[in-house]
Design a protein around this ligand. Structure first.
Ligand SMILES: NC(=O)c1ccc[n+]([C@@H]2O[C@H](COP(=O)([O-])OP(=O)(O)OC[C@H]3O[C@@H](n4cnc5c(N)ncnc54)[C@H](O)[C@@H]3O)[C@@H](O)[C@H]2O)c1
Length: 345
């Protein structure tokens, strides 16, 4: 069975990843596109032989779809995902899956009730260096993990969004979260998955240092965050995310274990480098980490299509998205209060 997709939100992520990845997979078919920007939806629909809608509700009513990708502004993810699930479609929702835990929970409950899959686009887990790192960690080669450092920094979403500086990323009502929800949620999710552990407490500084909106005034959202976290197993780490790295893009992880240190994304030639305590080193030439400028197939559509076809629940399900969002929302509350907070506490 070919999986027939409809896409809600025809912006950068749809155009650079979901549409091409849907077209590239012989098991998936792009059927419909929805976006309030009529010209944008129509042009893409014409180009790719799909139908276009201004109102996503009309698309859910009229188009023959098995699955829907929800990839518009953050504030709309919950409402649109719930409507798609209720209409009997599987849903792939972009990160952050929602802007409140209540909404995230409602999405999970709706999927369960409708007996449909809900996958969250936390695609960092699928990138080749990260997959390799997970496999190395599983062998125990690094010994007990003690600490980590991770960063995700680029020059800001205005260089990525289809609407540039006027895009939803800088509108507080639509984005709700700044860089912490945009890049922070990626790294929180990646660390939880790599370490197979849950972040149990978080503190830090979340602030706006430089970024200006379309009105040339500082944006009303965070553009930098430095978080300190501790996991249930006692691993201590820092997560730095930024929209003001004007020198390119940086997406790194360093994991310090009792037997050695693993570096991801720090060497231009080797995606994974391991330096052992006994003096030995390993250099793994695995695929690259995607950047905004250099796109690498994310594998998200392929994974979701396989999931639907084989009736296997997606590994990155609603609950995974929920847990990563919970850390981010707690981090925001922690930064506001100036205290370190327990997750779920
Ligand atoms: N997984 C990743 O690596 C990744 C990367 C980039 C973006 N994203 C996520 O994808 C989502 C979209 O980001 P983007 O980069 O495509 O943004 P973008 O600014 O390029 O595009 C947003 C699109 O949403 C449309 N839109 C606005 N209101 C809408 C509505 N009511 N219904 C449907 N569409 C509507 C806009 O017209 C625009 O076409 C965000 O949640 C973002 O966090 C994920």
């Amino acid at each position: 069975m070919t999986v027939r997709y409809g896409i809600i939100g025809c912006g950068a992520i749809a155009q650079r990843r979901h549409i091409p990845e849907c077209l590239a997979n012989p098991e998936s078919k792009l059927v419909a596109l929805a976006d309030p920007n009529q010209a944008r939806a129509e042009e893409l629909a014409r180009r790719f032989g799909a139908s276009s809608f201004i109102d996503y509700k009309q698309m859910l009513k009229a188009a023959p779809l098995d699955a829907v990708v929800v990839c518009g502004p953050n504030s709309l993810h919950a409402e649109q995902a719930i409507a798609a699930l209720k209409s009997g479609r599987h849903v792939l929702v972009e990160k952050p899956m929602a802007t409140t835990l209540k909404d995230a929970r409602a999405m999970i409950d709706t999927a369960k009730k409708a007996n449909k899959y809900l996958m969250v686009g936390q695609n960092q887990r699928l990138m080749a260096p990260h997959v390799k790192a997970k496999a190395i960690l599983a062998t125990g080669a690094l010994g007990k993990v003690l600490t980590f450092y991770t960063s995700f920094k680029h020059g800001g979403p205005e260089g990525w969004s289809i609407d540039g500086v006027k895009g939803f990323f800088f509108q507080r009502d639509q984005a709700v979260m700044g860089v912490t929800g945009d890049l922070g949620v990626h790294k929180v999710d990646l660390i939880r998955w790599l370490l197979d552990d849950e972040i149990s407490q978080v503190g830090g500084i979340i602030t706006t240092v430089d970024k200006l909106g379309a009105d040339a005034k500082p944006i009303a959202l965070d553009d930098n965050a430095c978080l300190t976290v501790k996991t249930r197993r006692g691993v201590v780490g820092t997560i730095e995310v930024s929209w003001t790295n004007y020198g390119g893009e940086d997406n790194k992880v360093v994991i310090y274990g009792q037997k050695g240190v693993m570096y991801l994304g720090t060497d231009p030639d080797f995606g994974v480098v391991v330096r052992y305590r006994d003096g030995n080193s390993e250099f793994h030439k695995v695929g690259a980490i995607a950047t905004n400028v250099k796109q690498v197939a994310s594998g998200v559509i392929d994974a979701f299509t396989r999931s639907i076809q084989t009736k296997t629940p997606p590994a990155i399900d609603g609950m995974e998205g929920y847990r990563s969002l919970e850390v981010i929302l707690t981090a925001m509350a922690a930064a506001k209060s100036g205290k370190t907070l327990k997750i779920g506490g």
